[in-house]
Design a protein around this ligand. Structure first.
Ligand SMILES: Cc1cc2nc3c(=O)[nH]c(=O)nc-3n(C[C@H](O)[C@H](O)[C@H](O)COP(=O)(O)O)c2cc1C
Length: 208
């Protein structure tokens, strides 16, 4: 394939990626197939010094339902009371209506190891760890949408990270970054405003 063809396909894939909230559990691919793709997307995401610190837990079925139906409401209740649970009820039900949730973690033991090995960059490694997680997230998000799924990105992990680690017996060094909900897209994404390209990207030294 000519490289421009690959570039066009890549552009199409990233243009297709949007935040989709209206999700259902209608099957697109078997779960095993979804896991295979997510593994491949995460595998290809770059990381600082190739540390490969991103860790992913995929929740399906009862585990996914339990996260949005029990774990998140309980965590919200504990910090902000029943009113906060009530106010979020519809939103959380929308997430639960999806097929699955992808939990993104970073293994901070590896980041600590980098800091010890290269003290001159110590302050940079946690930042690059976040960047790497974002890269894994965008691969998975775009990849899933290329497969026909809709997805959205959530951040309840500050409230639920410790519970998740206990529930799934994950290492204490895992730091949760985000939760990506995916499912069958029942409605398209909403309108999105874009800034002018030239305000975001400028070039110097080109001939045109
Ligand atoms: C780093 C990051 C954090 C985000 N956090 C949330 C979030 O907590 N909840 C949410 O509903 N959307 C979240 N989003 C989705 C953004 O609101 C969305 O990507 C943005 O409005 C652009 O819309 P699009 O995804 O359809 O292109 C986040 C996106 C990014 C990149």
């Amino acid at each position: 394939m000519a490289s421009t063809q690959i570039a066009k396909s890549f552009l199409q894939a990233i243009q297709h990626r949007r935040t989709i909230y209206a999700l259902s559990k209608k099957e697109i691919l078997p779960e095993e197939e979804i896991i295979k793709y997510i593994r491949a997307f995460v595998k290809e995401a770059p990381s600082a010094f190739n540390v490969q610190s991103s860790r992913v837990v995929v929740l399906f079925g009862a585990q996914h339902d339990n996260y949005w139906g029990q774990i998140v409401p309980a965590a919200l209740r504990a910090v902000a009371g029943e009113g906060a649970v009530e106010a979020s009820k519809q939103k959380l039900a929308g997430f639960q209506a999806g097929t699955g949730t992808i939990l993104f973690f970073e293994d901070m033991n590896l980041i600590k190891g980098q800091q010890e090995a290269f003290p001159q960059y110590a302050a940079g490694f946690p930042v690059w760890s976040s960047h790497s997680s974002g890269m894994a997230q965008i691969y998975v998000w775009s990849g899933l949408e290329s497969l026909g799924y809709g997805a959205n990105l959530q951040h309840y992990g500050g409230l639920t990270g410790e519970t998740l680690k206990a529930e799934y017996k994950l290492p204490d060094s895992y730091a949760i970054q985000s939760e990506m909900v995916f499912g069958y897209p029942e409605q398209p994404a909403g309108e999105k405003e874009y800034m002018a390209d030239h305000e975001r990207v400028i070039a110097y030294g080109h001939s045109a």
